[in-house]
Ligand binder design. Structure first.
Ligand code: FEO
Ligand code: CA
Ligand code: CA
Length: 683
């Protein structure tokens, strides 16, 4: 069930003139630019349209889709039967699998925290030393290569005050916050958990008091790097030189790096701040509130117990002479990809500003090539927002996979490079538009006409993307990269406000979402794309159920997305569309995209002919969203997160139903899915 807390409002008012007419048929086979022909060459010979996928052998398509090389196809076969949809206070897995609850919200990481209390009475200090709330993106970092011992990094996206506290938020008669400990507890329930976990006697356990365990919260000090660090935009009374920010908030999707660090992504952070004065352009564009903050943390500004403006900083109204006198710049320290070294518990996290400032859903690196730049992809999740990629200035050196200093390696690849935003056009053609100061705007100018520095442009990344003519998408969520061939997949979760379609977002009132994919072209500005999968109810008509889904795999609002190294793509949902949610709770499905070819040996999209290769693997409990994916190296344990369940978990067995009539204080949790015979999951 889609969370109601954040309405993914349309913040983009620019309405780029890049809309195409509705394509009323299945889109849109890619013309593989990787064959060496650039887009300009493709365009020159014309006849683009949908011709490239014609089955007519006389077709004169200039660049026939060669399909993936044999070496680029996974031969893995899904070894389970698609399970039925379910609506239970329990998770459901295929026969022969188990599912265990691990690290639920409030689990103590060390002895400073009391055990989690069923009545919600744990304190702010407890929460600072315990697993946070609303688990989201996640990654497993093995220790000594083990599949049974490692560090789980877990994002905590947001909070539910009615669950976090005994009776919700305590307010005065003006509906203002009055309880300092409650607010600190809320700030501490945000951020990231790093926790040591081990498989002991066939059960995954949290290792309390382990030296690796730690929390990064909404109050932790975090370094800033890249173009915005030490800029005047980041000056605050706390950090007058603009080198540090306090806290990371609304950590949604995640990533990791080839050099062994964790990436956490700041998504719906603007709502935590309010500006009661005149909003600068970037704050208008990104949607900082003009009235109040999401949880009212700033209500306690000036309270006698307040330390270092810990509450007042969320009100970003200018009141003093400069950014060192007030918190006008506090929000400028948010909206980034944050890098964390889980193996160094005393290291500070770093916000990598070069990768852009927006509502980052996730962050994933492209297929690595020795001597070529490292590429990161990240979607901006709001209606009509964009897809971005960052191309490092440094060239990949595989010796950096095991560096002496991981965060220095992060600086090497993530602090300097070029940010691009995607433009999708008909015929499967795409263009990456550079967001550099000499990047061209749609009216023939350059971005330098609008921004006087790279820092100013990155501060308002989405505003710069408006100017170059990026394609407004149906809420870009997670990206994932196929280890076979390197195609990149992006979930576009839904957009029920779309009244005018474009080629890459072809359904108006897109309630069910879709998954688009692309291949990079011969140079950094070219790509080719098609739509891999359309979410839909099984009983949807042809215009809606374009991928021919059935009751065994109908889905809506694809969101979490990940590949494992065998080439299995895992699709998670965050659905609010009743046409599907009447049949099943949120879920996780599996498919092997690189193995899907048509009779012409071309790479196939999901259709009525092959939809049975998309299999439902997991269904979450009532009320939840399924999000976050991690796996051990031997594919024997899969970790997935259950966020905001309604009345679960009842026991350590995630499949055990909460008895009818019993009401629990629900707990977000990781679920570990294993095969009962100890074998590889999924096959
Ligand atoms: Fe936090 Fe876009 O999901
Ligand atoms: Ca999400
Ligand atoms: Ca979502």
């Amino acid at each position: 069930m889609s969370k109601a807390t954040f309405d993914p409002t349309q913040y983009n008012r620019s309405i780029n003139p890049s809309f195409e007419q509705v394509l009323d048929k299945h889109l849109s086979r890619r013309h593989f630019v990787r064959s060496g022909l650039g887009i300009s060459a493709l365009t020159a010979v014309g006849s683009l349209g949908l011709a490239g996928c014609s089955t007519d052998s006389s077709n004169s398509s200039p660049v026939p889709d060669p399909g993936p090389d044999i070496a680029d196809r996974s031969d893995v076969v899904l070894g389970f039967d698609s399970i039925d949809g379910a609506k239970l206070d329990a998770v459901v897995v295929p026969e022969g699998y188990s599912a265990q609850v691990l690290a639920p919200w409030g689990t103590p990481l060390n002895s400073l925290a009391r055990e989690w209390q069923e009545d919600g009475s744990n304190s702010a200090i407890d929460q600072q030393n315990a697993v946070g709330m609303h688990h989201d993106g996640m990654h497993f970092f093995p220790l000594n290569g083990s599949a049974e011992d490692g560090l789980l990094c877990i994002n905590h996206e947001y909070i539910d005050q009615s669950v976090l506290h005994p009776n919700g938020a305590t307010l005065d008669d003006k509906k203002l916050r009055i309880d300092v400990d409650e607010v600190r507890k809320e700030i501490n329930a945000h951020g990231i958990t790093v926790v040591r976990v081990q498989l002991v006697n066939d059960v995954w356990q949290v290792i309390k008091d382990d030296a690796y365990n730690r929390r990064i919260t909404g109050a932790s000090v975090i370094d800033l790097s890249g173009p915005l660090s030490f800029s005047p935009y980041l000056e605050t009374p706390f950090s007058p030189d603009g080198s540090q920010a306090r806290g990371t908030l609304n950590n949604c999707g995640n990533g990791y790096t080839p050099w062994g660090t964790y990436l956490t992504c700041e998504e719906n952070w603007p709502g935590y701040f309010a500006n009661n004065g005149i909003l600068p352009e970037d704050q208008q564009r990104i949607g900082i509130s003009e009235t109040k903050t999401r949880y009212g943390w700033d209500d306690l500004a000036g309270d006698g117990e307040e330390r270092s403006d810990e509450f007042g900083r969320f009100n970003v109204t200018a009141s003093g002479a400069s950014g060192s006198d007030d918190y006008r710049n506090e929000a400028n320290g948010h909206g980034y990809i944050v890098e964390l070294d889980p193996y160094k518990p005393n290291s500070r996290a770093v916000k990598r500003t070069a990768l852009g400032r927006f509502r980052h859903e996730g962050c994933v690196f492209g297929k690595l090539v020795e001597g070529q730049p490292v590429v990161f992809y990240s979607g901006h999740d709001s209606r009509f927002e964009y897809l971005y990629k960052f191309v490092s200035a440094a060239l990949w050196d595989s010796a950096d996979a095991e560096p002496y200093d991981r965060l220095s390696t992060g600086a090497k690849y993530m602090d300097a490079g070029t940010l691009y935003v995607a433009k999708f056009t008909e015929g499967g053609i795409g263009e990456w538009l550079p967001l550099s100061l000499d990047g061209k705007t749609t009216d023939g100018g350059i971005l330098a006409d609008s921004f006087d520095s790279l820092a100013a442009m990155i501060l308002n990344t989405a505003g710069a993307a408006d100017l170059v003519g990026a394609t407004p998408m149906d809420r870009p969520e997670w990206c994932a990269v196929d280890p076979f061939g390197g195609s990149v997949y992006l979930t576009l979760t839904n957009n029920n406000k779309r009244v005018e379609s474009n080629a890459a977002n072809p359904r108006v009132d897109n309630k069910f979402g879709h998954i688009i994919r692309w291949d990079e072209g011969a140079n950094a500005t070219e790509f080719s794309w098609d739509i891999f999968l359309f979410g839909a109810p099984a009983d949807g008509d042809e215009a809606v159920n374009r991928s021919g889904l059935t009751e065994l795999n109908q889905l809506a609002s694809p969101d979490g997305l990940a590949f494992d190294q065998r080439g299995i793509m895992w699709v998670q949902t965050d659905n609010g569309a009743s046409a599907v949610s009447d049949h099943t709770n949120d879920q996780m499905l599996a498919i092997v995209p690189s193995a899907m070819v048509n009779s012409q040996d071309q790479q196939a999209v999901v259709s009525g002919d092959n939809q049975d290769q998309l299999k439902r693997f997991f269904v979450g409990p009532n009320g939840c969203e399924v999000t976050g994916f991690a796996m051990t190296s031997e594919y024997t344990s899969v970790f997935a997160n259950i966020q905001h369940p309604g009345n679960w978990p009842y026991s350590n067995d995630a499949t055990e139903q909460t008895p009818v009539g019993m009401t629990l204080r629900p707990r977000d949790a990781t679920v570990v899915i294993r095969k009962m015979d100890g074998g590889e999951v999924g096959v």
